[in-house]
Design a protein around this ligand. Structure first.
Ligand code: ADP
Ligand code: MG
Length: 257
C-alpha cells in the first residue's frame, strides 16, 4: 500500500505550552482515519502543522515520500493536500459557484507564472468541470447562484467540503466537519463523507465520537499533545486509558454524542 502522509516526532511549543508532543502519524492511500480527543488536546494544532499553517518546533512531515516540512501551505494544496477548518471558511459575499471557481483559480499550479495558461479555454473548461462535479457531489447544484450569506450553516459546510473536493485532493483533512450542525445537517454531511471516502484518503478530527465510528477504519486518540491509542474503532473506544482521558477514572456509559 502507498503511504500518503507520515509525521515523524512532530512537536509544537507555544512558549511553555507543548500543544503537540513528538507525535508520529501515518496514513495509507484510501484509508479513513479519525482523530478524537478532549478539547485542547492538540488536534487542530496537529492539522496546522501538517497543512503548513504553523512551522513545527521539531520533527518532519513526509507527503508521498517527499519531505514537505518547509513547504508553504499553498504549495501543499497544489500537491494535493487540502484541509477544511473547524469554523466554516467561505466568502459570504459571493455565490456558491463563485466561491468554488475562485478557490480553484487560486490554487492553479500555473497561477503565479502563466496567466495565458490560466485563462486558456482548455484550462477554463477543466476548472468548470471540476467545480461542477464537486458541486454535484455535495448536492449544491440548485444553489449555484445563491449568495453564500443566505445559506444555512449546514450548506456552508457542504460548500466548504465542495471547495476542497474541487481542488482534486489526494489527502483531505477535515477539522470537526460536524461541529455547529443540527442532527439533520449532520446526516447530510456524513452521507457526503461516506460517498467521497471511497476515492480519497481522509483524516477527520471529530469531537462527536459516536458519529464517526462507522465512517473511519482507523481511530486515533489524542490527549495532551500525544496519540495515546490507535487501532480499529471498537478496540480504541473500549480502551481503558481512552475512557479515562474522556471522563477521568470512573465508569461512564457513553462517548459524547
Ligand atoms: N496559536 C496558538 N497560540 C498559543 N496557544 C495555542 C495556539 N493554538 C493552540 N494553542 C493551544 O494549544 C493547545 C491545543 O489546542 P488545539 O490544537 O486547538 O486543541 P484541539 O483542537 O484538540 O481542541 C491548547 O492549549 C491551545 O490553547
Ligand atoms: Mg480543534
Amino acid at each position: 500500500m502507498l503511504e500518503v502522509l507520515r509525521a515523524e516526532r512532530l512537536s509544537k511549543h507555544f512558549g511553555g505550552l507543548i500543544a503537540v508532543n513528538q507525535v508520529n502519524f501515518h496514513i495509507q492511500q484510501n484509508e479513513t482515519v479519525g482523530i478524537i480527543g478532549p478539547n485542547g488536546s492538540g488536534k487542530t494544532t496537529f492539522f496546522n502543522l501538517v497543512s503548513g499553517l504553523f512551522p513545527p518546533t521539531a520533527g518532519r512531515i513526509v507527503f508521498f515520500g517527499n519531505d514537505i516540512t518547509d513547504l508553504p501551505p499553498n504549495q501543499r494544496v497544489m500537491q494535493g493536500m487540502v484541509r477544511t477548518f473547524q469554523l466554516v471558511s467561505v466568502f459570504n459575499s459571493m455565490t456558491v459557484w463563485e466561491n468554488l471557481v475562485l478557490s480553484s483559480i487560486r490554487f492553479q499550479k500555473e497561477h503565479s507564472t502563466n496567466w495565458k495558461f490560466l485563462l486558456s479555454p482548455a484550462n477554463k473548461e477543466i476548472i468548470i468541470k471540476n467545480c461542477f462535479e464537486a458541486m454535484r457531489v455535495v448536492g449544491l447544484e440548485s444553489k449555484a447562484l445563491t449568495l453564500t450569506s443566505e445559506l444555512s450553516y449546514g450548506f456552508k459546510r457542504m460548500l466548504e467540503i465542495g471547495i476542497a473536493l474541487s481542488l482534486n485532493p489526494k489527502l483531505l483533512l477535515l477539522d470537526e466537519p460536524l461541529s455547529g450542525l443540527s442532527d439533520l445537517e449532520i446526516i447530510g454531511v456524513l452521507d457526503i463523507l461516506q460517498r467521497i471516502k471511497k476515492n480519497l484518503t481522509l483524516v477527520i478530527i471529530e469531537h462527536k465520537v459516536s458519529k464517526i465510528v462507522n465512517l473511519v477504519n482507523h481511530l486515533r486518540v489524542m490527549n495532551e499533545g500525544k496519540f495515546i491509542c490507535e487501532g480499529k474503532p471498537d478496540r480504541v473506544l473500549s480502551d481503558r486509558a481512552v475512557r479515562e482521558c474522556y471522563w477521568g477514572k470512573g465508569e461512564v456509559a457513553e462517548f459524547p454524542a
